[in-house]
Design a protein around this ligand. Structure first.
Ligand SMILES: Nc1ncnc2c1ncn2[C@@H]1O[C@H](COP(=O)(O)OP(=O)(O)OP(=O)(O)O)[C@@H](O)[C@H]1O
Length: 293
């Protein structure tokens, strides 16, 4: 499969800070990849290297078969950084026209705005948009030049549920047409909802790179929940909480936990065992990593 972006053994330092530590990563055509990691993990740095805003301290970054430093190569991508400033006095349609003028191919303006739920706002000045509408416009702009590959750095930060879903629909529509996307997110449900592949980054390193399901399985954490008055000490419990009378136990070995529970003779009912959410998997991976440091 065609590789659209590639990092080969990339290290990036900012003075004494090691932001990326020998990272290798391929983004293949047609993928929607979620880059997940805590604050300061190195996600934005990696995006900045891919889009040519920064250079690696060592290692190689390739973009669309060329160099991210080549402006002609960069015309094939779209980017929305974590923060954007849009001129307040321009109208939504004018901003789209201005940005698309930089690209040889253009996405249809009406279609683009409709995809991001901005169809009725084409004549509205940016100064009159809500925060959520501005963010959706900033993200929509990444798609104006018919890009092959789009980088979105925390696209839905600060959006309410409805605005977030409108934005997801726009990203999904691009992906359904064969577009490739790398997005970072702190919203784990976002990665679960959008991405097929998740790359977990921590301390500048790639900790996991697999399907969402495989990352969960890799961590192997399960949630065992039940109704009980009291529970004895049980083996292999990583965490527990009591919500509305139900006790939830997080464990890597649910079989053993249930055997021990039955053996203890403690009365219980309503036993459920379910896979963890990506959030739980993510916390387990990053805390394992911290334990090694
Ligand atoms: N321009 C810079 N100068 C100095 N240090 C920097 C600079 N940019 C990033 N860093 C440091 O590099 C590390 C990685 O930062 P980066 O912004 O890539 O992380 P991130 O995963 O995107 O975090 P967040 O989720 O908070 O956006 C952090 O320790 C950060 O403080």
């Amino acid at each position: 499969m065609t590789i659209l972006a590639r990092a080969i053994d990339v290290t990036r330092r900012y003075g004494d800070v090691l932001a990326l530590d020998r990272v290798s990563l391929d983004i293949r055509a047609g993928e929607l990849v979620g880059l997940l990691g805590p604050n300061g993990a190195g996600k934005s740095t990696l995006i900045n290297l891919f889009v040519g805003l920064r250079r690696p301290t060592s290692g190689t970054v390739e973009l669309l078969g060329g160099s991210p430093l080549d402006a002609a190569v960069r015309r094939g991508i779209g980017v929305t950084p974590q923060e954007t400033g849009l001129p307040e006095y321009l109208r939504v349609g004018e901003i789209v026209d201005f940005v698309s003028a930089h690209f040889p191919e253009k996405t249809d303006k009406g279609e683009l705005l409709a995809r991001f739920g901005l169809g009725d706002l084409i004549k509205r000045q940016v100064g009159g948009l809500s925060g959520g509408q501005r963010r959706r416009l900033a993200v929509a702009l990444a798609f104006t030049g018919r890009p092959r590959l789009v980088f979105l750095d925390e696209p839905t930060t600060g959006l309410d549920v409805e605005a977030r879903r409108a934005l997801w629909d726009g990203v999904k529509a691009f992906h359904d047409d064969g577009g490739t996307v790398l997005l970072t997110s702190h919203y784990l449900e976002e990665i679960e909802a959008l991405a097929e592949r998740v790359v977990v980054v921590g301390h500048g390193r790639v900790l996991a790179d697999d399907t969402v399901r495989a990352v969960r399985d890799m961590v192997g954490v399960r949630r065992v929940s039940l109704v009980a008055e009291h529970l004895p000490e049980l083996p292999g419990v990583l965490g527990s909480e009591r919500v509305d009378g139900r006790i939830s136990l997080v464990t890597t070995d649910p079989d053993r936990l249930v055997v021990e529970l039955v053996r203890s003779g403690a009365p219980f009912s309503g036993l459920e065992i379910r896979p963890t959410t990506l959030e739980e998997a993510f916390l387990a991976i990053t805390s394992k990593e911290s334990a090694h440091v």
